[in-house]
Write a protein that binds this ligand. Structure first.
Ligand SMILES: Nc1ncnc2c1ncn2[C@@H]1O[C@H](COP(=O)(O)OP(=O)(O)OP(=O)(O)O)[C@@H](O)[C@H]1O
Length: 396
């Protein structure tokens, strides 16, 4: 379904702009009118990370007049493998500011507006209202549902994208004309079921494919060219170099855009998406030690004054990157299938850890249920260990 352009054309292009955008201007479907619409457009990109990097650069290069960036984080060395808007000298700096510098280098005509905050219930409406279109480049379910609900409640369209390892997804959600994110995914996956890119990894270049597809959808919506991916979930598989599209229907029972909505205002997205399962949270109460305590325990063990078995429940490829001395690797899945339970020593206290403490809390719930009542897990996991105890090891 084609839709009218989202924005009216700007009054004129300068001579410099005509030169700069000449390869757009000679495409009949874009022409002067399309380029002037891009100049008049106000687009908000949420997150200057993997997807936000190519999205912001291409939106700026395409001549989108006003680009907003919502981002609260700073550039980490591990971002540089895919977040091409930032460079080595930006490590430690504000991602929003670093992104602005690259955008202005790409296209100094861009009016860049920084929102150096975490997008949340208190600021989302005020920020969204300033823009014609939103591009979601975030990496967590709580923000995705927040973006969707705020967009539905304000009647705004947005372009959504997601990436994991070798696969990506892109769609356009606009409840007035098609389904919303909740029609496709009514509920977030159970906590711990879908690993984040930080846990599962992502092929850096995948961000370019998916981020560029998001920009393509944005340009189509802004200028009215082509059919935007409303009601279409585009799935990209990098290993087959293949895009395929699935139809997404508007759900009449959708909680927010259905016939009888039950969600009529913003909700608590963190608890809706539950960072940790209830059982895991319960298991961790009174059974969590800090990395400092673990470090003391390891010294006592070395002196023969304490005995315990440290078990790393991450994946083998994570164990190759860094590890806590004395740990043995038994991935979480082996506890879920039950095969790990037979391997556990019965005569020692068990101490579990993972990357940040979520998976180990889930394992704790399983082993406590199996009778290992004095088992504990390490809060903050190997991330906290590298940060506080052994900075010589690489973080990831
Ligand atoms: N609610 C939010 N408000 C503003 N920015 C957000 C919000 N949620 C996520 N982001 C930003 O979106 C970006 C997502 O990028 P990406 O998926 O590459 O993850 P990352 O956090 O940079 O990397 P990693 O999780 O692998 O360490 C991040 O820069 C993150 O700070």
């Amino acid at each position: 379904m084609s839709l009218p352009p989202l924005v009216e054309p700007a009054a004129e292009l300068t001579i410099d702009e005509v030169r700069r955008y000449s390869r757009h201007l000679i495409i009949p479907e874009v022409g002067m009118a399309g380029q002037k619409r891009l100049k008049n457009a106000k687009v908000l990109v949420i997150g200057a990370g993997g997807l936000g990097s190519p999205a912001l650069l291409y939106l700026a290069a395409a001549g989108v007049g006003t680009l907003g960036i919502v981002e609260f984080d700073t550039v980490d060395e591990s971002n540089l493998q895919r977040q091409i808007i930032h460079g080595q000298s930006d490590v430690g700096k504000s991602k929003a500011q670093s992104a602005r510098d690259s955008i202005l280098e790409t296209n100094p005509n861009t009016n860049v507006v920084l929102h150096e905050v975490r997008l949340d219930n208190d600021n989302v409406f005020e920020i969204f209202e300033q823009y014609d279109l939103i591009v979601d480049g975030t990496d967590n379910f709580a923000t995705r549902y927040l973006v969707n609900d705020a967009a539905v409640l304000l009647g705004k369209p947005y372009v959504w994208g997601s990436i994991f390892r070798f696969d990506g997804q892109v769609s356009v959600f606009w409840a007035e004309h098609g389904p919303c994110y909740r029609c496709l995914y009514p509920e977030p996956p159970p906590p711990g079921m879908v690993p984040s890119c930080a846990e599962g990894g992502v092929l850096g270049v995948l961000c370019a494919s998916v981020g560029a597809a998001q920009v393509t959808e944005a340009i189509k919506l802004l200028t009215g060219i082509g059919d935007p991916s409303l009601g279409r979930l585009n799935i990209y598989e990098a290993l087959d170099l293949n895009w395929r599209a699935l139809k997404v229907r508007k759900d009449p029972n959708c909680a927010i855009c259905g016939e009888n909505p039950t969600v009529t205002e913003l909700i608590d997205y963190e608890s809706f998406c539950g960072a940790i399962t209830e059982e895991a949270a319960d298991a961790a109460v009174g059974s969590t030690i800090s990395v400092k305590q673990l470090s003391e325990w390891i010294k006592l063990k070395d002196n023969g004054e304490k005995d315990f078995q440290l078990i790393d429940v991450r994946e083998p490829n994570e164990y190759e990157i860094n590890r806590i001395p004395g740990s043995v690797l038994i991935p979480k899945a082996d506890f879920q299938t039950g095969v790990a339970l037979e391997k556990l020593p019965q005569d020692k206290q068990l101490v579990f850890h993972c990357k940040s403490g979520v998976r180990s809390a889930e394992v704790l719930a399983i082993v406590k249920g199996a009778g290992f009542s004095d088992a504990v897990h390490v809060g903050g996991g190997v991330v906290a260990w590298v940060d506080q105890i052994d900075p010589s090891q690489p973080a990831y």
